[in-house]
Structures are given as C-alpha cells and as structure tokens.
Design a protein around this ligand. Structure first.
Ligand SMILES: *Cc1c(COP(=O)(O)O)cnc(C)c1O
Length: 230
C-alpha cells in the first residue's frame, strides 16, 4: 500500500512540475529505481501501474529480472558497467543508460542477442565535473555519440546525468540546464535522440523544468535504502 501511495505522490509531483512550466506530463517518463529492494517491492509497484525499473548492481538486477520474468517489465541499467559485466547487461536489460566508453558500447553491441532486439542506450555525462564520477565530459559527448550511433545492436536514445546534490533549487536548475543545452546541441547535429534522463527523488522538479524526459526515482517510491554493506 505504501509503494502504491508513494508512486501516486511521485506522479502528482511530476504532473505539478509539468503544469508549472507548461509541459505535457506525457513527455516525462518515470523510471522506478528498485536497487536494494526485492522482487516483492517491484511486483507491488507493477501492481500500481509501474512498468519501467532501474537497477545499479548488475548481478542483483539479473536475479530480480529472472524472478519476475512473467511480468511485462522494462529494465534499465543505470549503474557502472565494467567490461566483465557487459554480457549480462546485453542479455538481460532493455536499456543501459550508463555507457561512458566506446569500448563498453562495442562489447554491448557484439554481445546483444539478435532475438532481444536493439539495446536502448544513453551516454552518461559528467555534467558537473565531479572528479570521482563516471560519465564522459560534455565536450567528449558528441564524438562518443557519433561512434555509438553507428554500432549494430544498439539504438542511441540520449544522455543521462547524475549531478551532485545542489545547495539550492536554482543551483540544481542551472546544472540541469547545462545538460539540456548539451542534449539540444547533440540533436542539432542530426543525431536522432529523444531521451534526456535526469532528476531523482530530490531534484525532479528542476530537472523537469529543464526538459527532462525521464526521471529516475528510488527512495521517494520504495523508501530509504539500507546503507550498502562494505
Ligand atoms: C539510486 C539512483 C537513483 C534514484 O535515487 P533516489 O534519490 O533514491 O531517487 C537515480 N539514478 C541513479 C543513477 C541512481 O543510482
């Protein structure tokens, strides 16, 4: 019941943000980030109408995907992808939003089973220059996007960002505006992109104001996560 209520309140936040900036709520997708929560939690969200789920830890995700194979769910990989995990990602996920190197994209392309159709891909951008973060610097995004768009088995859909928590809503908006400008620039070169994945539980309003087409929401739906064991 709590997950259902939480989902409804997240959907209300999305609708309110859209109406505040004159956007159509149908243009903003909701990805439920279910990392650390079990298959029962995902099944509850599904029962409340949620179809798309995001996972960070690939092994954990594959177990959940297999346990819930009877449900028509869409799975997005949003966590770091190491070379030795690309096969699992290519075989089990529908989307991967966290591609930040050509080598990873090439492995995903080679390993995507034909029968699974195209793997939908976003490039993760280090939009605020966080030093320890994955994601390509914005100035390298175009070259990677062009290389990636030519790979078989993949369909490049857009970009994804994970900015550091900002000190104010204005600061969050300014960072999201940079991603919006980069997304517009990539599209202006002729790349056929439709996905600007940004905004989480704490900053979905400024993300939507800056044009996000997909917010990724975990704790506001499933509750606080237990800290990871070391
Ligand atoms: C965990 C996570 C989210 C969701 O974060 P919340 O603050 O719980 O909404 C979104 N995107 C990525 C990449 C994440 O790792």
């Amino acid at each position: 019941m709590e997950i259902k209520n939480n989902l409804e309140s997240v959907r209300r936040r999305i609708a309110a943000s859209c109406s505040a900036c004159g956007r159509d709520p149908a243009q903003v997708g909701l990805l439920a980030v279910s990392k650390t929560f079990g298959p029962e939690a995902v099944a509850q969200a599904y029962a409340a109408g949620q179809l798309a789920f995001g996972e960070n830890y690939i092994q954990e995700a594959v177990e959940k995907i297999q346990a819930l194979a009877d449900l028509p769910l869409q799975w997005h990989c949003i966590g770091p992808v190491q070379s030795n995990k690309t096969r699992l990602v290519a075989e089990h996920f529908d989307w991967v939003q966290s591609v930040d190197r050509l080598k990873i994209a090439e492995r995903l392309s080679a390993q995507r089973p034909l029968a699974r159709g195209l793997l939908q891909v976003c490039i993760q951008i280090n939009i605020d220059g966080g030093p320890s973060k994955s994601g390509v610097p914005p100035q390298e995004a175009l070259a990677l996007a062009q290389a990636l768009a030519a790979l078989p088995g993949l369909r490049l859909r857009g970009i994804m960002t994970i900015p550091e928590p900002a000190e104010s809503e204005e600061a969050a908006l300014a960072v999201h505006r940079r991603a919006q400008a980069l997304f517009a620039h990539l599209r202006s070169t002729g790349l056929d992109l439709d996905t600007l994945s940004m905004g989480m539980s704490g900053d979905l309003e400024p993300a939507i104001q800056a044009g996000s087409t997909l917010v990724r929401v975990g704790s506001a739906i499933f509750g606080a996560r237990a800290p990871l064991s070391p």
